[in-house]
Write a protein that binds this ligand. Structure first.
Ligand SMILES: [Zn+2]
Length: 77
């Protein structure tokens, strides 16, 4: 045990998605996300936000699944 807590995981999400954490840390965050619905929801929201921003930047239409994920995460937060 002794994995990271929620606050720590949220703070590490950016690095986690970019796979910039040391392997042990990466696994710790992954393990926490697997067992914590709240942080898993954060991750989904984070990913959707990043995807949406990428589309805006490139002048592409934001795909419906991304919009749906954003709407969903904001509604439930
Ligand atoms: Zn958590």
């Amino acid at each position: 045990m002794g994995g990271p807590g929620c606050a720590e995981v949220v703070g590490l999400l950016t690095d986690y998605l970019e796979e910039e954490l040391p392997a042990g840390r990466q696994r710790g965050v992954e393990g926490h996300l697997g067992g914590c619905p709240r942080c898993a929801r954060w991750l989904a929201q984070f990913r959707a936000t990043i995807a949406a921003l990428g589309c805006l930047r490139d002048g592409r239409v934001i795909p419906e699944p991304v919009l749906a994920a954003l709407r969903d995460s904001f509604r439930r937060s």
